[in-house]
Design a protein around this ligand. Structure first.
Ligand SMILES: Nc1nc2c(c(=O)[nH]1)N[C@H]1C(S)=C(S)[C@@H](COP(=O)(O)OP(=O)(O)OC[C@H]3O[C@@H](n4cnc5c(=O)[nH]c(N)nc54)[C@H](O)[C@@H]3O)O[C@H]1N2
Ligand SMILES: Nc1nc2c(c(=O)[nH]1)N[C@H]1C(S)=C(S)[C@@H](COP(=O)(O)OP(=O)(O)OC[C@H]3O[C@@H](n4cnc5c(=O)[nH]c(N)nc54)[C@H](O)[C@@H]3O)O[C@H]1N2
Ligand code: SF4
Ligand SMILES: [Mo]
Length: 689
């Protein structure tokens, strides 16, 4: 028996340090590393049971070739050699005939590992001259918002939340999606801190809060401006901090003065008195920390909302306090040598000879059905399940089912997307390959070696793209780089946060804190200004801050709202990881539920347990109603993302979501989605594929 070390690769802020018990080459137990300062000896429920996935009889173990119709999921075996030859041949042919931009990679954060997420794959597509994918589907609007205000994508350390006296979870389901922050919040509350949630859905985190603010979906920008209004009017801001480290204060005052508590109450659905009290308490409590998560920015005004919320701790000078400030992501501190890993310069050597066009991944349906010059003729999917997770799923299906589209899918399981592959290749899990991990919820860089051997003929993404590069005749030496070469390249950015961190040190220590502050001292990123904006000052200039309700909201397009009067939030499920555990029973059960308010259910004759049909102009799906007090009237909520192939009607909520993009950043608007709900006697008949 041996204990090996690994890192959870799932798309989660916590990036846990994992101890793997291995007996006779087989993993028998996973647990959280007790010595890791954020993992602190526990894993979430999903990953504590990861070995059922690792050793599942449903794992894809050998390459396969489609024999049935696209979407039907019928495949025959093919050897690795034949599969790679076939892919190389088809990509080459498509590139010659239509130009290389007719090839589109599609990947997201199935693994957060840098090597298997964004290294050899990027090099391959750059050298090919393929279309570049704008990876917007999760955090693009939030990133744009933070960059506009703070200039950096980092913030308060999770460990410092224990010192806070007021913690606001703003669009953040901490117990579900960031559970390793929770012990620090528990510690703070034990020392007298109050804990509030601002969220249209009262999920487990909201139920555990001292106060819950059930805000209208997508109206956070108005609330942030309303809080500023109060803070400014009551002179509760930190005049010294503001004058030293910010620009555009007068402009902010002019905008905020228009957002009186009464006006904001009408826009957000909160009580004016509550807005005033919240703003005063936030500004007067030291230290006060905001855990902002990505829920806020999945709506039409999400980018500016993030921008405005992240100005609150600037206004109050909360960044000066240990246990103050705000965090949306910490990933910007991992200043790795991305260019070296991804080699965008290889595009110059491609048949295209220039930078390739950019395709927004949040509009995959349109990309596959409408794009011309050239049309997308080949799609290579890895680390993602777009047939389940991308918006306007019916349009995505139209694209994926085009007979002339050549689709390669690299997967661990037979997902909705895998069902549409022409060639399906089996991928390793994080327990089976080497990788380097940043985090978006803490400041520890980690690396992992394989804990167990891959089953069957599964291969890592790095290896697959290395092999494909050789098949295509790409002879740049970078395609022969080993995993260790890639790690060394990634670390060689010269950035002070990475100074003294090399492969040998990582191998020895497994997890290394970035040099964001001297050892033992808290990281206070903006205590003395030092914003990442061109001027170094926080940019208050608020010209674009006028709050206009989302088109798809109760205060948006009136005609649309009349037809589809309910705002759907399809937030993250506790048992899932986007669609990753969609084949597990608990995840499937969770994602088949639609939470409704009693009034909305009653006048539709709906009771808990009834099958309901949710629909709008883009599609319809069947879920089970639960009248549970988690949402206010006019809002419904269904955790995402269900595997369509598990559902009796083969659909999930993404048949309802739209390709409309956020105000800034080009992100998706999953949570600005109007629907109607009706009681349905039976599921829709099975669609023909
Ligand atoms: N268990 C679990 N953990 C996960 C994931 C998962 O699927 N399951 N997914 C991972 C991924 S990919 C990500 S990006 C992170 C995301 O982590 P979070 O951002 O925490 O997750 P979300 O569920 O997208 O949104 C958080 C909360 O925002 C709320 N919300 C929705 N719209 C609004 C709004 O307009 N205003 C406000 N104030 N709140 C709103 C939702 O109801 C939800 O409770 O979690 C990661 N961790
Ligand atoms: N309605 C609705 N839709 C959403 C969201 C929502 O909240 N509501 N959330 C959105 C968000 S925030 C995100 S991030 C996206 C996430 O969407 P995706 O990036 O598609 O994430 P997952 O659904 O987790 O699927 C990841 C896939 O990668 C595979 N995988 C894991 N590791 C590896 C590997 O090493 N190699 C290969 N080849 N494959 C691997 C897994 O088996 C899994 O099928 O979904 C978005 N879609
Ligand atoms: S999903 Fe998140 S909380 Fe769960 S083990 Fe992985 S990193 Fe930790
Ligand atoms: Mo995400």
């Amino acid at each position: 028996m041996e204990i090996r070390h690994s890192v959870c690769s799932l798309d989660c802020p916590d990036a846990c340090s994992v101890l793997v018990t291995v007996e006779n080459g087989r993993a028998s137990r996973l647990r959280g590393n007790p010595d890791h300062p954020v993992t602190r000896g526990f894993l979430c429920g999903k990953v504590a049971r990861y070995l059922d996935r690792e050793y599942s009889p449903d794992r894809l173990l050998y390459p396969r070739q489609r024999i049935g119709l696209k979407g039907e999921g019928m495949f025959a075996p093919i050897s690795w050699d034949d599969a790679l030859d076939l892919i190389a041949e088809r990509l080459d042919e498509i590139s010659r005939r239509y130009g290389p931009e007719a090839i589109l990679p599609y990947s997201y954060a199935g693994t957060m590992g840098l090597l298997n997420g964004a290294s050899m794959d990027r090099r391959f597509f750059h050298r090919l001259g393929a279309s570049r994918l704008d990876r917007t589907i999760c955090s693009a609007a939030g990133a744009a918002g933070l960059n506009a205000s703070l200039g950096f994508r980092y913030g308060t350390e999770p460990e410092q939340f224990r010192h806070s006296k007021l913690i606001i979870a703003w669009g953040a389901n901490i117990l579900g999606t960031n559970v390793h922050l929770w012990p620090f919040i528990v510690e703070a509350r034990r020392n007298g801190a109050r804990f509030y949630t601002i969220d249209p859905v009262r999920n487990r985190t909201g139920q555990a809060a001292d106060r819950h603010y059930a805000i209208f979906p997508g109206s956070d920008l108005a609330l942030a401006l309303g809080m500023m209004h109060v803070i400014l009017e009551d002179r509760l801001y930190d005049a010294d901090y503001v004058s030293r480290y910010t620009a555009g204060f007068e402009e902010l005052q002019q905008v905020a003065c228009r957002y009186s508590p009464e006006r904001v109450a009408a826009l957000t659905g909160l009580d004016a008195a509550d807005i005033v009290a919240l703003a005063r308490e936030y500004a007067a409590t030291r230290p006060a920390a905001i855990r902002l998560n990505y829920g806020v920015q999945r709506s039409e005004r999400g980018g500016h909302a993030i921008r405005a919320i992240s100005l609150l701790p600037v206004l109050t000078g909360s960044w000066k306090d240990v246990g103050g400030g705000l965090v949306l992501s910490t990933s910007g501190a991992f200043a790795l040598n991305r260019k070296g890993l991804e080699r965008p310069d290889l595009q110059a050597e491609s048949p295209l000879g220039r930078e390739a066009r950019i395709v927004n991944m949040s509009q995959l349906g349109s990309a596959l059905t409408e794009t011309v010059d050239p049309p997308v003729k080949a799609l290579v999917v890895y680390n993602s399940n777009p047939a389940a997770v991308a918006p306007n799923r019916n349009l995505v299906f139209q694209g994926l089912r085009r007979p002339d589209l050549f689709t390669v899918v690299i997967e661990q399981f037979q997902t909705d997307t895998a069902d549409h592959a022409d060639v399906l290749l089996p991928a390793t899990t994080f327990l089976e390959h080497t990788d380097l991990y940043l985090a978006y919820g803490h400041y520890y860089l980690q690396m992992a070696r394989p804990a167990v051997a891959p089953p069957g003929e599964a291969r890592s993404n790095v290896e697959i793209f290395r092999l494909l590069a050789a098949r295509m005749g790409f002879n740049d030496p970078c395609f022969a780089d080993t995993d260790d070469d890639l790690i060394r390249t990634a670390l060689a950015s010269g950035h002070p946060f990475l100074e003294g961190i090399d492969l040998e040190r990582l191998e020895g220590e497994l997890s290394v804190r970035l040099n964001v502050s001297p050892a033992g001292e808290p990281f206070l990123p903006f205590a003395a200004g030092q914003f990442g904006t061109p001027s170094g000052k926080c940019d208050f200039r608020a010209g674009e801050f006028e709050y206009v309700p989302p088109v798809e909201s109760r205060l948006g397009d009136t005609a649309l709202h009349r037809s589809y009067p309910l705002e759907l939030i399809s937030q993250k499920g506790d048992h899932g990881m986007n669609s990753t555990f969609g084949n597990r029973q608990d995840a499937d059960e969770e994602t088949r539920v639609l939470s409704m308010h009693a009034d909305d259910a009653a006048h539709r004759g709906i009771r808990s347990g009834d099958l309901v049909r949710i629909f709008n102009g883009r599609g319809a799906c069947v879920l089970t109603a639960d009248v549970n007090g988690r949402v206010r009237s006019g809002v419904v909520s269904a955790p995402a993302v269900r595997w369509g192939r598990m559902a009796p009607d083969r659909h999930n909520v993404n048949v309802l979501t739209s390709e409309r993009l956020t105000d800034i950043g080009g992100g998706p608007t999953f949570y600005s989605c109007l629907v109607q709900v009706e009681k349905c006697p039976a599921p829709d008949p099975l669609p023909a594929v």
